[in-house]
Write a protein that binds this ligand. Sequence first.
Ligand SMILES: [Zn+2]
Ligand SMILES: [Zn+2]
Length: 535
Amino acid sequence: MTGRTTRADRLAHPTTRDAVRAVAEAHRACLRPVQLRRINTDTGQIDQILIPCGATLASLCPPCAERAKVLRAAQCAEGWHLDTEPIPGPPPPDEVQAMWVEHRAVAQAMRDQAEAAGEDTGELDELIAELDQEIASSGLRGKADPGTQRPRRHRSTRRRQDAPDLPKRKISPCTIGKTYTAKDGKVFRPSMFLTLTCPSYGRVGEDDTPADPASYDYQRAARDALHFAALFDRFTQNLRRVLGYDVQYFATIEPQQRLAPHVHVAMRGTVSRAELRQIIAATYHQVWWPAADEIRFEGDYLPVWYEARGGYLDPVTGELLPTWDEALDAITDDDQPRHVVRFGAKFDAQGVLAGSKASARCIGYLTKYLTKQLGDCHHPDTDAQREHVERLAEALRFEPCSPTCANWLRYGIQPKNPRPGLVPGACKGKAHRYDHLGYARRRVLVSRKWSGKTLADHRGDRQAWLTEMLGLPATDPAAYRWEQVGPDDDDYMPAGRRLLHAVADRLQWERALTEARRRARDALASEVSATGRAA
Ligand SMILES: [Zn+2]
Ligand SMILES: [Zn+2]
């Protein structure tokens, strides 16, 4: 033994840093904990607390991303098979609230009379402000008179969204699906799992790449992805209209292997396949953006920013390009929308019962890819797949992603709210990026009355469970002040030490939880044996 080690020997040993990360991951401790200073406002005692980074992407922090996914699964499960309304309607105003509202009404009438008569309204305005405060502190939300708002420009959306060819029913405020009674008297309240897809853009082979890339409609694929969320919105409106109740959903958007988005939907209640087919066929979203497709500026020949006018002009003629509003105004009733998004005819629908294996499996599908960016869900393995990604990215590169997109300059139109430095093909919008594949909106779309809880409420439920399990006293949030600790502070811990602390915290929790579970088991066992003796 010489005591000498070769480089290869040394490299065969993992680094301690990697080992700490591996141990942290195994114990599901956050890999990028954030350091906070907790100050007890009574005693002045300071504790250093490490809180999880809360990332939803596994590429940033696998344990936090996994926790976020589990939370989404819990949210999905809680709303799917509800048999009571999650948000009961608000109660009528109580006597005190009604009294303040009456005073407020009288004060408004007096003030408006005074104003009409050309008198000073100062005192009455003050009274109204006081009454508004009383109304707010009596527990009513919002204002009695929100005032006149500036008229919003609705031109692009107001423009006809043709009415879909569907029966139009009045929507009842109910959010719970129908029940069915079996022959043996058992009552079922089925829910549904739907998958809606984009249409075909050209034939694809077994690896989901185009059989003929030249004829594959990449432009349509790009535009459909950009507006997919709006299309889903239309779908839920139409679904509610046809079914006649306030249908609730928990939906996630994911890419298919061919890189077009599709949406998985957990829906409360059911819809027949025939109705669903009809709704899908009748659902579309019209994009009323300027129809410009002719490339006017590219390469080195680009519009120039003209500071004095706050806009872009043609470098040759020196003329200011039409502004976004002018371009919208130029759309006439005879024009076609720039794009119409529709679903493909292919869909999947299955009934799901509460507590069934199918329900758990579907929640697995719904949340499967949530810890990944869209572009990371499918890895291109072949050259054909890599080229397919490239062609879609190229189509997305010059497609305007929003009214403010720099790409409008390519077609000779100034984007909305123009600013210097805009270059077509270099828009910073997420939709153009490889990891988004044209879809930059929320990945999880949850209707308002799904579980009647926000994600923070669901998180609170889990914390409350843990606190109760461990028999911890509820902490009074008012007793502490929190401060973030930064690199310039003396008590700042470097990343390596923060991670060690996060692992230590986690180990402590795990031990406490195991101990609490053992105690609960022992208590149950002794109760069972006591009952046995008594009998
Ligand atoms: Zn984390
Ligand atoms: Zn853009």
